[in-house]
Design a protein around this ligand. Structure first.
Ligand code: AMO
Length: 439
């Protein structure tokens, strides 16, 4: 007789390939039911769940890790259309839970307070919906790497402990660096630009830090920034073209590799149009005011204006993406290149900065950067920034930096919008928000 261990491990996703055969499954006890004479165990592994049935089994607490050996039988009502009839002695506890999980994993998606889910994230992440979101993000990041590598980009890794903010503003985390003032990096902006001088085309996937005091559904204090920067461009149009093709490749990858996750979450993968619509910011503000009678606050688009502009393009062109271009200087960081006037001179008011909106929210900022030393120094001064603190960056512009530009995608915002998740915190495994440092 074959001992259970001579059987290779089978994954629940593949049960249909083993109809009538004996298999060995390993995973977690997702759900259990003891009817006295017969016991049901739902085993969850990385690929899905399987219903298993046997007798004379003492079922451990949910989430225990278990091994089941038994025979696969077609069963209409079982998930995936097959169940496993457990061998006598074929139920083994590998590691028993010592208490009942604080959230009931199979049910939590319906009736648990979202804060409780975050409090118990170490175990609530095991839920099918929770883990589906993170798997989609993992595939998205993988596709980001794969596409950029194929286009000649080199991955870089830049410091997260820095001496100056790259994006300005008040949202810098301060750090005592052996008695010196340091900060957590708000973005790899200045370093990715320097690295264009080395590799011409670079990208980075890394967390960045923003001391956002307010709690919104789109802000995290630590988020995953997908950064791209490329040299020898003609204008920011080249940069938008790269992002457009990148997004198309990412969505194609998700269609092939994450169909099950999108189905589970009831979400659809967007089509990326051959040409994502592009509209200058000032026109976008006017459009939202004229069409929806929404008075846009500030110098940028407010969240409601972003939503309305997206709605307009979805309805009129079918595109779920829209680039907002030609941002005014006052709404852009110091490193942003000025736009050109019709006569070829540089604009005092407009820049070559852009944002990308997707399903009603900004998922990207980008643009062409200043690449001339004197122009950069003038900009640093005009923004009331300290030229000395930025010398480790600005010095490189004495050495032939080419015209360049880039962009950054907030991975959690893109993931959340792709999957219909209402708050970016649920698109990160262990979110850091205003009140949360654990788990
Ligand atoms: P920006 O500051 O606009 O630009 O950030 C780029 C993108 O990052 C995401 N993002 C956030 N996601 C979650 N929580 C936050 N607090 C948060 N802040 C920003 C958004 C946003 O579009 N250096 C430039 C990028 C560039 O020009 O290359 C920058 O960091 O999706």
């Amino acid at each position: 007789m074959t001992s259970p261990h001579s059987l290779p491990r089978t994954f629940t996703r593949d049960l249909h390939q083993h109809d009538g055969e004996r298999v060995r499954l390993q995973g977690f006890l997702h759900a259990r039911r003891d009817l006295g004479g017969v016991q049901f165990a739902v085993l969850r592994d990385v690929t899905g769940i399987a219903q298993c049935v046997g007798s004379a089994i003492t079922l451990p607490l949910p989430e225990s890790s278990i091994e089941i050996t038994g025979t696969v039988k077609a069963h209409k009502k079982a998930p995936g259309g097959f169940e496993v009839q457990i061998d006598e002695g074929g139920f083994k506890v590998l590691s028993a839970s010592t208490e009942a999980p604080p959230v009931e994993i199979p049910k939590m998606e319906w009736n648990v307070n979202p804060e409780t889910m975050l409090d118990y994230r170490y175990v609530s992440l095991r839920g099918l919906r929770e883990r589906a979101a993170l798997r989609v993000q993992s595939e998205l990041v993988y596709a980001f790497h794969t596409y950029l590598r194929a286009q000649g980009f080199t991955e870089i890794s830049t410091p997260k402990i820095v001496s100056a903010g790259a994006e300005g503003g008040a949202n810098l985390f301060k750090l005592d660096y052996f008695g010196e003032q340091a900060y957590l990096a708000q973005s790899p902006q200045l370093y990715k630009q320097i690295m264009v001088g080395v590799f011409e085309r670079v990208y980075e996937v890394a967390p960045v830090y923003r001391a956002e005091e307010h709690a919104t559904s789109r802000h995290l204090n630590e988020y995953l920034s997908l950064d791209v920067e490329l040299g020898f461009i003609d204008s920011e149009e080249d940069v938008m073209n790269v992002e457009q093709e990148l997004l198309r490749a990412v969505m194609e990858h998700l269609k092939v590799n994450c169909a099950a996750e999108f189905e589970l979450l009831g979400a659809t993968i967007p089509d990326v149009p051959a040409q994502i619509p592009r509209i200058p910011l000032l026109e976008a503000r006017q459009l939202v005011t004229d069409k929806y009678q929404h008075q846009v606050g500030g110098k940028d688009l407010d969240p409601e204006a972003e939503r309305l502009l997206s709605q307009h393009y979805a309805e009129t062109t079918g595109s779920e993406f829209v680039f907002v271009t030609k941002y005014p200087r006052a709404a852009r960081p110091f490193y942003t290149h000025a736009d050109h006037n019709a006569d070829g001179t540089l604009s005092d008011t407009l820049t070559r900065g852009f944002d990308l909106l997707f399903r009603g929210i900004e998922i990207t900022s980008g643009g062409q950067r200043i690449h001339e030393y004197q122009m950069l120094l003038a900009s640093i001064t005009a923004y009331n920034m300290n030229p000395e603190a930025l010398a480790g960056y600005s010095e490189v512009f004495k050495f032939g930096m080419p015209p360049h530009g880039g962009f950054a995608i907030g991975a959690e915002r893109l993931t959340a919008k792709l999957l219909g998740i209402a708050n970016v915190r649920y698109a990160r495994a262990f979110p850091r928000d205003r009140h949360r440092l654990t788990p």
